[in-house]
Ligand binder design. Structure first.
Ligand SMILES: NC(=O)c1ccc[n+]([C@@H]2O[C@H](COP(=O)([O-])OP(=O)(O)OC[C@H]3O[C@@H](n4cnc5c(N)ncnc54)[C@H](OP(=O)(O)O)[C@@H]3O)[C@@H](O)[C@H]2O)c1
Length: 314
């Protein structure tokens, strides 16, 4: 048998909903049956949606397993149940968000974001890396965000956790090339998943004690409506994002970075074309604080494709 023809074992974190769920299903239903998917979630009580979406693939090319990325024991237990113990493709997808005025958020809440988004991925990578290095083969995919490339107002800590991933995995990519192991950071823009709903729910009940009235007002009256408009105009479906990840996993020379949202590229370009950072920070500031109506119009314009998107995702 040609080793290249054997199905690759893909382990995905955070498959109870959203991008992880979609990705697990799309890979498991691959027409060439190239993948054996271990779809994991921290709470198996939520596996119903995934199992229904997987249909006939369940028990064939897809198995569901418990995995909490914040727990060493859970990671060890999960890997010990994988046949042969070997993961060919690891997808770090599990993540949580956090928005709001910094002065109104607890340090514990911020640490939870880093524990999940950053250290959760690090924990999994440390667990699968020895096997990948021994076999001189592997692919580590990280679901980052456009907020791993540029900061977004009132998303300070979430963006920081994604920047941390970008720095960590770019550094690691250099060493791992020597072992024939590839790293890919996938950077979606806004995606219509439970993620945003959960955040808005948190925000609507949160009091943000400690935040001053001006900041609170900017957050509630300017940021929140702009954010909703951004999701409405530029939001991608989790199916689209999963499809982009399937492509990255299937490619023979996977890219280090891959943005999934062509429309959002107009915004990431503001940083890319001016390394001083001034263009991006000033444009974002003006759009939000001075010309919020222009921001809404601009977003709707991007959404209607009335001008050509010059910068395409790589
Ligand atoms: N939605 C967006 O706009 C957007 C944009 C760019 C990037 N992303 C990134 O995409 C990834 C997936 O998010 P999504 O949009 O698909 O949102 P989602 O539907 O909320 O999915 C997040 C998943 O992560 C899981 N998770 C949270 N903490 C975990 C832990 N400690 N251990 C294991 N799993 C855990 C959640 O499980 P529970 O159901 O148990 O909470 C859920 O399955 C995240 O890394 C997110 O940062 C999202």
């Amino acid at each position: 048998i040609n080793m290249a023809d054997l199905p690759r074992t893909v382990l995905i974190s955070g498959c109870s909903s959203g991008i992880g769920l979609e990705l697990a299903v799309q890979l498991a239903r691959d027409s060439r049956q190239r993948y054996q998917v271990v779809a994991t979630m921290r709470d198996l009580g939520k596996k119903g949606t995934l199992e229904a979406a997987a249909g006939e693939a369940l028990g064939q090319t897809l198995t569901v397993a418990q995995l909490d990325v914040c727990s060493d024991e859970s990671v060890a237990q999960c890997l010990s149940c994988i046949q042969g113990g070997e993961v060919d493709v690891l997808v770090n997808n599990a993540g949580v968000g956090l928005v709001g005025p910094l002065e109104g958020l607890s340090l514990a809440a911020m640490q939870k974001v880093f524990d999940t988004n950053f250290f959760g991925a690090v924990r999994l990578v440390r667990a699968v890396l020895p096997g990948m290095k021994r076999r001189r083969q592997g692919h580590i995919v990280v679901v980052s965000s456009v907020m791993g490339l540029q900061g977004v107002v009132f998303n300070d800590v979430y963006a920081a956790s994604k920047f941390a991933l970008e720095g960590f995995f770019e550094s690691l990519a250099i060493q791992l090339l020597q072992f024939n192991i590839f790293i890919s950071l996938v950077e979606p823009g806004p995606v219509g998943t439970a993620f945003e709903e959960k955040l808005l729910e948190q925000v609507s009940t949160a009091q943000f004690p400690g935040a001053d009235p001006d900041t609170l007002r900017y957050f509630r009256d300017l940021y929140l409506p702009a954010s909703r408009e951004l999701f409405r105009c530029l939001g991608q479906s989790p199916q689209d994002v999963a499809q982009a990840i399937v492509k990255v996993i299937g490619s023979t020379r996977p890219p280090l970075r891959r943005q999934t949202n062509a429309r959002y590229c107009a915004l990431t370009a503001l940083k890319a074309v001016d390394p001083s950072g001034r263009l991006y920070v000033r444009s974002a500031h003006r759009l939000l604080f001075r010309w919020p109506r222009l921001l809404g119009r601009g977003l709707r314009c991007l959404a209607c494709d009335c001008f050509p998107t010059r910068v395409r995702p790589g």
